[in-house]
Design a binder for this molecule. Structure first.
Ligand SMILES: CC(C)=CCC/C(C)=C/CC/C(C)=C/CC/C(C)=C/[C@@H]1[C@@H](COP(=O)(O)OP(=O)(O)O)[C@]1(C)CC/C=C(\C)CC/C=C(\C)CCC=C(C)C
Ligand SMILES: [Mn+2]
Length: 414
């Protein structure tokens, strides 16, 4: 299967900057001042330093941070949902809705089934969760999953050392082509149909490729704002791609933008968790495995310095009190993004809630596992054991059932 995939080809002085970078995650419905105070408490937890910037300077002249720039993508995606909803209703009224007959082709079924196979092989639990969705939604999510997995594999797989910016440009050209209805292979064909049926914008896909470009040339992140952008590129984008397919519950009272913000937050939370779990792996120079990502430090340099830690300390991999205290702050911040995400899950279409809860709970427990390992993420891998994984599934199911207004089962539509 891997062969198939590989075939393709704040410290105090920065407080006002970091503060504004967090503003966009606080619901826009909050007043500026309420949003500001929520952000301040987030900053306090995340960096261990209380923001001393004056309220008036931040509110009067906010610099454009990564979070603000990313929020523009959220708004664009959300607007597309409203637009396409209208268009699709018009199509149905006019009797132009041919999508059902178009997806019935044997080749297309085969393409979708292959996406399902890849998904089942690489992400078993998630695959199980998708079985609860309607067949139409399920296969659309599989198609998105496969495209993401192939993209990630370019820079993270065994051939990663051969990947050049040019190869990523070619991958992006293929993306443009499939969005215009010219797929290159079967997996692309499945995604091509998917993006024609659901209000999925190309930007998050392009941004994931941008994340891979960033990964090729960048090995240090100056501050959380830079790291946030990277996390958006490689994981927040997944949330923005998935929600249009998973769907928002018809009786949800939440704004489309807030659901997309929650989805973005889940991607960021997952990626931050991934980073904290893999600190040792990314830097273990003594590992025999030749990793293209070796030597990269996906941690905010300013926060490391503030904790009295250097790159050298990370390469040495010794768990000290300074490291424990630094990790506590990082874990706290990741949990805040999970909390932000949880608010949005109840707004999703009933049948999509379970796989999202399941993945959220499983990923969040990795943070607990780091704590259980006494913050030794250099030599111990934080993982969630089978028993805990299984126990999470009914909990996720219960939450999907209880937290949400519409009922869990959705009538099958294809
Ligand atoms: C239900 C669900 C989880 C749906 C998402 C399905 C989907 C399209 C997944 C694609 C995942 C993927 C292959 C991303 C490529 C980049 C990547 C690998 C990111 C990391 C994932 C973890 O994978 P892994 O542990 O295998 O990492 P390694 O390659 O081994 O390093 C990430 C950490 C990010 C994954 C991000 C998400 C799953 C975002 C989920 C958000 C939603 C589904 C939105 C939910 C909606 C609301 C309202 C909360
Ligand atoms: Mn990866």
């Amino acid at each position: 299967m891997a062969g198939v995939l590989l075939w393709v080809i704040c410290p105090t002085e920065n407080a006002s900057f970091a503060t504004s970078s967090l503003l966009s995650l606080v619901p826009k419905s909050c007043s500026q001042e309420r949003r500001y105070s929520k952000v301040c408490s987030r900053l306090k937890f995340s960096t261990g330093v209380f923001a001393t910037a004056s309220l008036s300077s931040v509110v009067a002249n906010p610099p454009r941070s990564s979070e603000e720039r990313v929020y523009e993508v959220v708004l664009k995606q959300a607007a597309l949902v409203k637009e396409q909803k209208k268009e699709r209703i018009l199509d149905v009224i006019a009797g132009n809705d041919q999508s059902e007959s178009m997806t019935r082709g044997d080749l297309l079924n085969e393409a979708y089934n292959r996406c399902g196979d890849v998904c089942a092989e690489y992400a078993k639990t998630f695959y199980l969760g998708t079985l609860l969705m309607t067949p139409e939604r399920r296969r659309a999510v599989w198609a998105i999953y496969v495209w993401c997995r192939r993209t990630d594999e370019l820079v993270d797989g065994p051939n990663a050392s051969h990947i050049t910016p040019k190869a990523l440009d070619r991958w992006e050209q293929r993306l443009d082509d499939l969005f215009e209805g010219r797929p290159y292979d079967m997996y692309d064909a499945a995604l091509s149909i998917t993006v024609s049926k659901y209000p999925v914008d190309i930007q998050p896909f392009k941004d994931m490729i941008n994340g891979m470009r960033m990964d090729l040339k960048k090995s240090r992140y100056k501050d959380f704002d830079e790291l946030y952008l990277y996390c958006y590129y490689v994981a927040g984008t997944v949330g923005l791609m998935s929600v249009p397919v998973m769907g928002i519950a018809p009786d949800s009272k939440a704004s489309t933008e807030s659901v997309y913000s929650a989805a973005l937050a889940l991607g960021i939370a997952n990626q931050l968790t991934n980073i904290l779990r893999d600190v040792g792996e990314e830097n273990a120079g003594w590992l025999v495995v030749v990793s293209a990502r070796r030597g990269r430090i996906y941690l905010p340099q300013d926060e490391l310095a503030q904790a009295g830690l250097s790159d050298e300390d990370i390469f040495k991999g010794k768990v000290t009190d300074k490291w424990r205290s630094f990790m506590r702050g990082q874990i706290k911040r990741a949990r805040m993004f999970f909390d932000e995400a949880e608010k949005g899950v109840a707004e999703l279409n009933a049948a999509s809630r379970w796989p999202v809860w399941a993945s959220l709970l499983l990923y969040k427990q990795i943070l607990d596992a780091i704590e259980v390992n006494d913050y030794d993420n250099f030599t111990k891998r934080a993982y969630v054991g089978k028993a805990k994984k299984f126990a999470s599934l009914p909990i996720a199911y219960g939450r999907a059932l209880m937290l949400g207004s519409s009922k869990l089962a959705e009538p099958a539509r294809s």
